[in-house]
Design a protein. Structure first.
Length: 228
């Protein structure tokens, strides 16, 4: 289960108290995460919450659900379902993982292609209709593995991290792949406007699985990867 990062820090209820991750209002959403799927929640500029759920396993990709909680936060309603076949057809990816509300739409990352191998990458959704708009990358360069992403608007740059393809992670960490240094150990820098790969930062095979990325508080500083 993964929820919007500002829960407990910014969002308050009608009494002025911070809403925490264990608030009972989230029970209907959390219950979804108990059925072998991942749940992601993000604040939307029009609706209160939009939540997408899916299975991370390439061999068991389930529906991609959009839930609207503004009418009644205690009874979120499914307003759109994107079936696996549609997701693969329109993006060329499978195993979607992370969702962020971006500069010109909703951005998502996916671990790999329809075959369960690489490349993984970024896909786009319309922020109002949730229609899939295809792959974000116009020139991915040498990038093959994917995981998390964020942008550095002050430098018009996107930063992406690496984990592994769906086939590499669907059954957990593979010791042979780990010892061979096959899991991701690079950070990729992109031109956010042109959607093209600029450079890769090699972290070394001993620094495998450069996973989560977080924005720095200063717009002039860089992002920092968090390692497994």
């Amino acid at each position: 289960m993964k929820i919007w990062k500002n829960i407990g820090m910014e969002i308050k209820d009608r009494n002025g108290k911070f809403i925490m991750a264990d608030d009972l209002k989230f029970d209907p959403i959390i219950s979804v995460g108990m059925h072998a799927v991942l749940a992601f929640a993000h604040k939307h500029r029009i609706r209160t919450w939009s939540v997408a759920t899916w299975s991370c396993r390439a061999s068991a990709l389930r529906g991609f659900y959009i839930l609207d909680t503004k009418p009644d936060p205690k009874q979120p309603k499914i307003v759109k379902v994107i079936e696996p076949e549609e997701f693969i057809k329109k993006t060329g990816y499978t195993s979607p993982h992370t969702i962020h509300c971006g500069p010109d739409g909703i951005y998502g990352s996916a671990l790999g292609s329809a075959s369960g191998d690489g490349p993984g990458g970024i896909f786009l959704m319309d922020a109002n209709t949730f229609e899939l708009k295809g792959q974000w990358e116009k020139d991915r360069g040498p990038q093959q593995l994917a995981y998390d992403f964020w942008w550095h608007l002050g430098h018009d740059a996107m930063i992406t991290s690496e984990w592994g393809t769906p086939n590499m992670v669907k059954d957990g960490i593979n010791p042979e792949l780990l010892l061979a240094g096959k899991y991701g150990h690079k950070i990729h820098i992109w031109d956010l406007d042109k959607r093209c790969h600029l450079r890769e930062l090699e972290l070394g095979a001993e620094q495998q699985m450069s996973l989560e990325l977080r924005p720095a508080h200063s717009a002039r500083t860089v992002l920092f990867p968090l390692f497994q």
